[in-house]
Design a protein around this ligand. Sequence first.
Ligand code: SF4
Length: 252
Amino acid sequence: MQQTFNFGHFIPISTVDWHGRSVSVIFFRGCQLRCPYCQNHAYITGSSEMDIEDMKSQISKTKPFISAVVFSGGEPTLQRDALIELAGFARSGSLAVGLETNGFGADVVMEMLDKGLLDKVFLDVKAPLDEPKQYAIVTGLNVDAGSKAAKNTAMTLDKCIRAGIELEVRTTVFRGLVGAKDIRKISQYLDECDCGNLTYAVQQGLSDNTLDMKDTEKFSRQEVLDMATAIKPVNLKDIRIRTIENGEERIV
Ligand code: SF4
C-alpha cells in the first residue's frame, strides 16, 4: 500500500464547503490544469509528502465535530491510490465523502462511484464543453489537452448524473475569459441532462489571489446575478450565485 501522498493543506472544520454540513477539507497538491484565475495556485505544483496514516489520525481526531470529509486541491483524482484509501477510511468511520474535481480524472471518479465511495461531487465546468479551443484557454492548456479536459469533464458529469448522487456543477466567471454567453451555453447543456439532483452555481472569480490576473476587474454581484437570472431552466431546479458582496444566493 502507498505510504504517503502529496499534501497541500488540511482544514479540520469548515461549515462553508458543503451546505448544511460541518466537514474536514483535505487539499491534495498537484493539478494538470493551469487556469489563469486559479485561487489555489499554491497547491498546483511542488512536493510535500504526508503519511497517509497521519492524515487518517487527523480525520479521527476531528470526527466528533464533522459529518463528512471533502477532498479538494489541486486535483485529488491525480493521486488515485491515496484518494481511494482516505475516502474508504472516512466511509468506514460513517463519514460522508465529497469530492471537488476539475473532471479530468473521469476514470477515478467512475471507480469511486462504482465502489460506493462518493456521496457528493462538486464539479467544475469551466467553459462550454463543446468548445475545446475555449476550454483550452480557460484551463491554460494547449488545444489537444484542453479538448481532452472538456471531453473528460463531460464524461465525469454524465457518470455522476447516472449514479444519481448529489452533484454541484460550478462555473467561475471572469472578465475576458468566461462570461454571460458561456453561462447561457453551459446552463443549456446542463438543462438538457436528466438532472434532478443537480445544483448549478455561478461563481464570481476574484482577481486579487490570482498569479497573473490581478489587474482584471471582477464582475460585480449585479453582473453575476444578471448572468444567472438570464438562464431559463426547464429541468434545472437549483441555481445559485456566489459573490464576495453577498455570499451565496439561490436564484431558482
Ligand atoms: S483546476 Fe482548480 S486547482 Fe487546478 S489550476 Fe484550475 S482552478 Fe487551480
